[in-house]
Design a protein around this ligand. Structure first.
Ligand SMILES: *Cc1c(COP(=O)(O)O)cnc(C)c1O
Length: 238
């Protein structure tokens, strides 16, 4: 069942890529496994998805060891932190995740730099941009992205790979097309500034409701949870 969902999502990704003259293999399908149990996530890994997205440090900690054996021979699980990251929790995941999608402050970047240096690693990060400037959302305003990039650029243990956004929740994904388009423009614009150390090639945008539109507008990572694992059940939320 999970494998069927994945094949359907992959077919949609391929169609959206084709429509916009892109190659499907240039788009990473990140399986968003938050709230889901290890056995179910294991089905997705066995069906070929080795990159998993979680929005809580705690959940990565809990799933990190139990998920490892599901990786196919010669592979490993690639964990991506996609949710808000508190500075005091960076130390728990610095040697566990491949990418942090949600960097939105200098303070957080400084902590990542410090912890990455201690572990002798270089951490791939994305700058989270609040494209629609929603009150409830994390991320820098588009016009503040350059300033943050310039501050992070000199940090030797951080590699800024690109930008990430969580678009508004909408019924019709076309409503988000403009935000995705502007994300790509922002990335091109920032690369054009020729800031030392900043050559970005990742656009993490698009979720279950709007990943096809995001791909048409240039997404290189789509973060799909519900479309793979089904609806999430949150305790105490009915
Ligand atoms: C939960 C989540 C997703 C996946 O959402 P779906 O609508 O279930 O695909 C993507 N990105 C972030 C940051 C999330 O927290």
């Amino acid at each position: 069942m999970i494998a069927d969902n994945i094949r359907a999502v992959e077919a949609n990704i391929a169609a959206a890529a084709k429509k916009s003259g892109r190659k499907p293999e240039d788009i990473l399908l990140l399986a968003v496994s938050k709230t889901k149990p290890v056995e179910l996530i294991g089905e997705a890994v066995r069906a070929g998805l080795c990159s998993l997205g979680e929005n809580k440090v705690q959940e990565i900690m809990e799933k990190y060891e139990p998920m490892a054996p599901y990786a196919p021979a010669g592979e490993r699980i690639h964990w991506h932190l996609i949710g808000h990251l508190q500075t005091n929790k960076v130390k728990y995941i610095i040697d566990k995740v491949d990418m942090i999608h949600s960097v939105e402050s200098l303070k957080l970047a400084e902590e990542i730099e410090k912890r990455a240096a201690q572990k002798g690693v270089v951490m791939d990060i994305l700058i989270e941009v609040n494209m629609a400037e929603e009150e409830s959302k994390f991320g820098v305003k588009p016009e503040d992205a350059e300033n943050l990039l310039r501050q992070i650029a000199p940090m030797p243990h951080i590699r800024v790979r690109g930008l990430m956004t969580v678009a508004p929740f909408v019924e019709n994904p076309e409503e988000n097309r403009e935000y995705f388009r502007r994300m790509r423009e922002l990335l091109v614009d920032m690369n054009g500034k020729k800031i030392d150390n900043i050559r970005m090639d990742v656009l993490s945008m698009g979720m279950t409701g709007d990943y096809e539109v995001a791909i048409e507008e240039g997404a290189t990572i789509v973060r799909v949870g519900t479309g793979i694992f089904g609806e999430r059940q949150y305790p105490n939320r009915g």
